[in-house]
Design a protein around this ligand. Structure first.
Ligand code: BTN
Length: 242
């Protein structure tokens, strides 16, 4: 029997946002919730995350941990990369900091949020959206999006994708919280990020800096080398692949 990190699991028939749900209700740690009908999903930088009923999976989990939320983003991303490998999808990679791509198209995004109490992070909420059975018509306005259906040519069973994802996630969360194997996670995350020599543009405070990805530090900070050979440590802003 495989290890289950989560003490509680909730399936919601319909919800505005799984992250909102965990934020608005007082839950204990190590809970996971999911739906195939999220009506008002939120993305990073106040963008919306588009879901189609019974075609997308929205999952959120809540934990209590002294570790930086970055590590849980790694665990959530690596779990999806492993799931994709098991579906024989080879060209998946992590686009810094928390998108999962197949080739040059986005399959999944992650939204990490924190609940603070008296100046300390009290809870971490990680939400993952995965495009599963979307067809090309669903993405007319999202040219750079893809789904598992588009990547494999096969309609997927939503519940099975969720269960397999949760199994991988439990494994990585155990590696993180119990085995404290940060080295392994960092190494795997870097490996899946295919950082070497990617040409990018970094948009920060309305300024655009062009360069190459140079490295990723242990804590997830991205190091960019600009075309003028200046090294920048990137924690925020948007990085666009050229
Ligand atoms: C992004 O790509 O900007 C992040 C998208 C995150 C979407 C997920 S779906 C589950 C969870 N609930 C939300 O409202 N957002 C996240």
């Amino acid at each position: 029997m495989s290890y289950d990190f989560f003490k509680q699991e909730i399936y919601l028939k319909k919800i505005d946002s799984t992250n909102n749900y965990l934020k608005s209700t007082h839950f204990d740690e190590n809970i996971i919730i999911y739906t195939f009908n999220q009506t008002k999903g939120r993305g990073r930088r106040n963008k919306e995350w588009l879901d189609f009923k019974n075609k997308n999976l929205a999952v959120s989990f809540l934990i209590k941990s002294p570790l930086d939320p970055f590590w849980f983003i790694c665990a959530a991303s690596l779990s999806l990369i492993d799931l994709l490998k098991s579906l024989n999808i080879k060209k998946s990679w992590i686009k810094w900091p928390n998108d999962i791509y197949i080739d040059d198209k986005k399959l999944s995004g992650i939204l990490a949020e924190t609940i603070w109490y008296q100046g300390n992070i009290q809870r971490i909420i990680i939400g993952i959206g995965i495009n599963i059975n979307n067809n090309i018509d669903d993405f007319v306005d999202l040219k750079s999006a893809t789904s598992l259906y588009l990547a494999t040519g096969k309609k997927q069973k939503l519940k099975m994708i969720y269960q397999n994802y949760k199994r991988e996630l439990s494994r990585w969360l155990l590696e993180l919280t119990e085995n404290k194997n940060l080295d392994l996670i960092s190494e795997k995350w870097k490996e899946a990020s295919y950082i070497s020599d990617k040409k990018i543009k970094w948009i920060i405070n309305n300024e655009i800096i062009s360069g190459n990805i140079h490295d990723i530090k242990e804590d997830g900070t991205l190091i960019i080398k600009s075309i003028n050979n200046i090294l920048y440590e990137v924690k925020t802003g948007e990085v666009i692949l050229e």
